[in-house]
Write a protein that binds this ligand. Sequence first.
Ligand SMILES: NC(=O)c1ccc[n+]([C@@H]2O[C@H](COP(=O)([O-])OP(=O)(O)OC[C@H]3O[C@@H](n4cnc5c(N)ncnc54)[C@H](OP(=O)(O)O)[C@@H]3O)[C@@H](O)[C@H]2O)c1
Length: 287
Amino acid sequence: MNISAVPTVTLNDGTEMPQIGLGTWKLHDDEAVRVVREAIAAGYRHIDTAALYGNEEAVGRGIRDAIAAGDVTRDELFVTTKLLNEDQGSQRAQEAFRESLGRLGLEYIDLYMVHWPWPQRGLYVESFEAIAKLQGLGVVQSVGVANFYEEVLRELIERTGVFPAVNQVELHPGFSQAGLRALHEELGIVTEAWAPLGRGIVLMNPVLDDIAIRVGRTPAQVALRWLLQLGCSAVPKTAHAGRLAANLDLASFKLTRDQMDAITALDDAAGFGRIFADPREYPGEVG
Ligand SMILES: NC(=O)c1ccc[n+]([C@@H]2O[C@H](COP(=O)([O-])OP(=O)(O)OC[C@H]3O[C@@H](n4cnc5c(N)ncnc54)[C@H](OP(=O)(O)O)[C@@H]3O)[C@@H](O)[C@H]2O)c1
């Protein structure tokens, strides 16, 4: 893989983030180490984990092994992790950040995100403010959020004066998040797609199949190319070497305006929409 072929997006703090990253949810232990190593060898420079995934040690080991083997240098990598919901709160958030850093075995994180707003608990503003204070200390390059929707995003910015660099949200064919993407554009926030392949479920539909045949690529590549052309970042997960390479091989074809529109229109097709929980309701009442 030609590494220079992986496009980057510029965050609002000037940082360059590789547009495609490796998702690591459900990868554990030796498999996580192997996949991270294979991903880096295939050209991935952006790795996404979270305290919630319970795999920071293994992901960190894969990263550190790749660096030790001379496959990559730390400054060529963009590593992200996220604050566990239960660790929200101004003091606890900073402690939890240090714990993640320790589990990863790294000296700094490129992007740290508040994983869910959890509006019922009401601690997302102070949690974000706490991690924003870590910026400038050499331990975190950029700060962001995940699963934030318009009301909590606007409140966060109004109360902290800090614009998150990234909002990582559920986004895939059939759930294109048009309103939130427009808001992000207005606010200068990069939209990052989680479950960009709709966990594999949304790939099996005739619209993606037809476009895939026309452009000579797979439905997964078409879905990821659609996200890139929408200006989004995406973190597809796979445990398979062949898919790792294919999910990164997106620079050699383009979708036409009609093809883009046909995929976006899947939002209105029966059986599509959000796969996981609405962040207004998840994880729910504090109890
Ligand atoms: N911020 C959040 O709240 C949040 C929530 C969920 C996820 N995430 C992040 O987003 C990442 C991606 O989301 P996700 O893992 O839920 O779903 P996803 O990346 O949309 O889909 C992963 C599934 O698609 C399959 N797959 C991968 N490449 C494929 C290909 N080329 N063709 C066919 N199938 C393919 C994988 O199977 P194989 O492994 O067998 O290839 C896996 O079952 C996560 O890993 C995590 O890092 C963030």
